[in-house]
Write a protein that binds this ligand. Structure first.
Ligand SMILES: [Zn+2]
Length: 147
């Protein structure tokens, strides 16, 4: 079993949607930030288990990061993220897409299938979508004024 070792470059912290993973050090675009570790299971087993912490490597393989020791599961979704997940052989790593400063929350795009299944129903709460919603609310004509 691959387990995530404590990583002094990263820390868990509070964010708008619960817990998130934050940078403690700067990363440059292209830097490998963390591996997505978890139980390596078949696509069939993934369908049976379900859940929010499945990473589908391809049609036949998935990684289930349900265990809390798997730190990469705390990297939240964002529609305009600062990281991206890439397969290297059978492993999944999360890389910096652009420069990341200490204190920045790490995010990557979870993909359209996951987005539709888990995020869209409740509404995406990433920074981009939250700002868009706030702008839309601010721009809406007021109705009736004060009560
Ligand atoms: Zn979003």
């Amino acid at each position: 079993m691959s387990r995530t070792k404590p990583d002094s470059r990263l820390r868990l912290g509070r964010c708008a949607t619960g817990l998130g993973l934050f940078a403690r050090v700067p990363f440059r675009a292209g830097d490998r930030v963390i591996e997505y570790t978890g139980d390596r299971i078949s696509g069939e087993e993934a369908d049976r288990r379900g859940g929010r912490y499945l990473f589908h490597v391809d049609a036949d393989r998935a990684i289930d990061a349900t265990g809390r020791e798997h730190l990469a599961r705390y990297v939240n979704h964002a529609c305009r993220p600062n990281c991206e997940a890439r397969a290297v052989g059978r492993r999944i790593f999360i890389y910096a897409k652009r420069a990341i400063e200490p204190g920045d929350e790490l995010t990557y795009h979870y993909g359209r299938v996951y987005f539709r299944a888990f995020i869209a129903p409740a509404g995406c709460r990433c920074r981009t979508c939250t700002r868009r919603a706030e702008r839309a609310a601010g721009a809406a004509p007021s109705r009736g004024g004060s009560r």
